[in-house]
Design a protein around this ligand. Structure first.
Ligand code: AQP
Length: 320
């Protein structure tokens, strides 16, 4: 069983990324089966700044290590440093139909925003399929918004296998039991997100304690005045209760005021993030170390990736 979890270096990693993806990855990491990928190529589908991309790629790698990714058990890789991803991308484009790529929700939404649309915005789900298939990954942790991408990977693998002979493992989507979906504190109808226009409802993993306190104290609640789990009528309070439960690992006690709940959420988030911030600061002092870990990750996954590409090249009719 092999698992791949990807993180785009497109902004500041937040509490949602930690509780929904990083922590499950850390809890379930196992030698030889766990891959964490910083998806730098996927961060280039929209206008981007090269300096920022390089800095964020290292920042995400450092944060993953600070949050407990153990390079002895998880291969930590930077997407672009393994050229087999892009080589397989092209071979898969040859079995993907234009309509399949064009109906992806992210493509429709982002291309509708106006301005020039990069071709990579259309084709990156095929690259995503290549990322999964090249490592013979059979389990992909997916959120609801990524089901469409996983389905495309499954379709392309199945089609390629049927047309050119058994080449790829067909991956399954899994939802780690420990994964939580964290909502935006200022707009609890939307998920907490790196790319939300306003950062008012986002808790960044590197935010200073004072910013975290302010963000939580301003979290949107309601006028009901009762603290209870009620996603439909009290999404803000329900989100705060979920964050508290996730951070402490315990069911929240009874609260008589929103203020008291927010104070406990602030303490719980701070208790969780303080050691990560501290470890991040230590690791960030030595970027050479992080680059070494990425080189080790690359060396670990590359033989299998090369073997998959070789299989695919031969099946599709290319010379050795
Ligand atoms: N709010 C969230 N709650 C739980 N899990 C979340 N993830 C993201 N937001 C939440 C999970 O984090 C992993 C990495 O996500 P990504 O970097 O691929 O970006 P994303 O899924 O598109 O999430 P973001 O952070 O909201 O980024 P933008 O704003 O750029 O779209 C994934 O496993 C994701 O499910």
């Amino acid at each position: 069983m092999k698992r791949l979890t990807g993180f785009q270096p497109t902004g500041n990693l937040h509490l949602g990324n930690l509780l929904g993806a990083m922590r499950p990855l850390v809890q379930e990491q196992q030698e030889g089966t766990s891959i964490a990928m910083i998806a730098d190529l996927h961060a280039m589908t929209m206008e981007h700044d090269p300096q920022v991309l390089r800095r964020k790629t290292l920042e995400v790698a450092t944060l993953l290590l600070a949050a407990g990714v153990d390079p002895k058990r998880t291969a930590l890789i930077a997407h672009s440093q393994i050229p087999e991803h892009t080589e397989l991308h092209y071979l898969l484009e040859c079995v993907c139909h234009f309509g399949e790529a064009a109906r992806m929700i992210q493509f429709k939404e982002k291309s509708a925003a106006g301005g020039p649309v990069r071709l990579s915005l259309l084709s990156y789900p095929v690259l995503m399929a290549a990322d999964i298939l090249v490592h013979d990954v059979d389990q992909v942790p997916v959120g609801d918004d990524q089901n469409q991408h996983l389905e495309l990977a499954r379709t392309l693998a199945t089609r390629f296998n049927a047309r050119y002979g058994e080449t790829f493992v067909v991956p399954e989507g899994v939802r780690p039991e420990s994964a939580a979906r964290i909502m935006d504190l200022a707009d609890p109808a939307a998920k907490m997100s790196k790319s939300a226009r306003s950062s008012a409802g986002r808790i960044g993993l590197l935010d200073p304690p004072e910013t975290i306190r302010r963000t939580i104290s301003r979290a949107v609640t309601d006028t009901v005045g009762i603290v209870r789990h009620d996603p439909e009528h009290q999404p803000g309070v329900t989100n705060l209760l979920a964050i508290l439960a996730e951070c402490t690992g315990e069911a929240p006690g009874a609260y008589t005021s929103y203020g008291a709940l927010k104070r406990d959420v602030t303490d719980a988030v701070e208790t969780l993030l303080a050691p990560i911030r501290k470890r991040y600061a230590e690791l960030a002092d030595d970027p050479g170390y992080v680059r070494e870990i990425l080189a080790e990750g690359k060396a670990l996954v590359r033989p299998a990736a090369l073997a998959t590409v070789r299989r695919a090249r031969s099946a599709i009719g290319l010379l050795d």
